[in-house]
Write a protein that binds this ligand. Sequence first.
Ligand code: 5AD
Ligand code: SF4
Length: 463
Amino acid sequence: MGAMSDASKTTNAKKVFIKTYGCQMNVYDSDRMTDALADHGFSPTQDMGEADLVLLNTCHIREKAAEKVYSELGRIRDFRNEREPGAKKMLIGVAGCVAQAEGEEIMARAPAVDLVFGPQSYHRLPELVARADRERVIDTDFPEEDKFAHLPAPKKEVTISRGLTAFLTVQEGCDKFCSFCVVPYTRGAEVSRPVAQVIAEARALADAGVREITLLGQNVNAYHGVDDKGRQIGLGELCYLLAEIEGLARIRYTTSHPRDMDDALIAAHRDLDKLMPYLHLPVQSGSDTILKAMNRRHTAAQYLEIIDRIKQARPDMALSGDFIVGFPGETDRDFADTLDMVKKVGYASAFSFKYSTRPGTPGAEMDNQVPEAVKAERLEALQAEITAHQTAFNAGCVGLTLPVLLEKKGRNPGQIAGRSPYLQPVHIEADESLIGQILPVEIVDRAKNSLVGTIVTSKVQAV
Ligand code: 5AD
Ligand code: SF4
């Protein structure tokens, strides 16, 4: 009897190693996969050597990201083959957007892979893993059932072990079809989670001790979830409901499209202190010609006008963005307009990328592809401009008192680390018993990408 229960213990105590690439939605998904597997006897591990299941959660947004998957799969295959004879069975699975877009190709190019499944199948993972034990499995359908309704919630202690801040996916997919982007193809049409489901998940996070949530969606401000009365509500209205949840102190959302910054969402920024004054609003280019070719469906002037309206509602709003350089047809003049856009907006931070041709998107078919060397040159110039603004923004914070969410122990003893409303890391000499609180912190200095502060009790100021 004793021997039997020992044996069942060994079979139940399986380990999963997940490596996550790409955006925050993948980070969220990896946690939900961990939760789905937890109910089936898998616990997470950081050590591939002890894993029964290795999952890569992949990103397809740029060519480099997609290619990384194949080289990583080669490494994992070699690792598996070079283990001691008699080592336990290790399954290899590929999830995420590369799986969705190139499932068959992965099966053909990487024979070591046992399991390929797309983002809409995560709730079926335990069943897929059981099948993969017997045969190679591919599942990249868009099923009828609501994945989120079938994904189990994490246990309270698991939530809190993940930290005081959490992601919450409220929307998936995109209907915008920007001409450079694979997302409408890999993640499909826009789908919003019902309001009650989102509120319940946010409540559970707050109950477990989470202080800040970031609502996620490929196009999050296009959210249009159905409420209990059968009405569709937008992201603005959702934020008012979330702001009522006790314990939850901060709300953020990402990533947004300028055309979906509607009046209700802007009003929420005016009314809700919990909605953080830091907005990621990608523009991609400052040139009207390129914006048109990108099918962004707004001009540079319209983008600036939206920012003006947001700043009227919330004067301390800081912005971040995404840019692409070297889109087909981009001239020096177009690129100069992009630099000009950075100067006008004065971003607190921004991401910039060289255009990457994605098969199946309209951009891939366009003439006038820009040479790699020109892209590289423009990227360097753009990043220098962005860095200058980021540095100026951080420097402007020195001397201010900002509310800081004290999140975790710092690198050195006696130090704790937190985040400002603008997502800047802040290092503070203070006792770790304060972790979990939001306290006014006077910013006394800055490093390259972070701030240094001391806790004060005086009034909090905004930038
Ligand atoms: N090439 C380069 N960058 C891209 N992005 C999306 N598609 C591409 C592409 N084909 C960038 C955009 C987007 C961010 C998530 O990735 O800037 O906002
Ligand atoms: Fe891609 Fe964003 Fe454009 Fe949708 S809005 S197509 S996700 S860049």
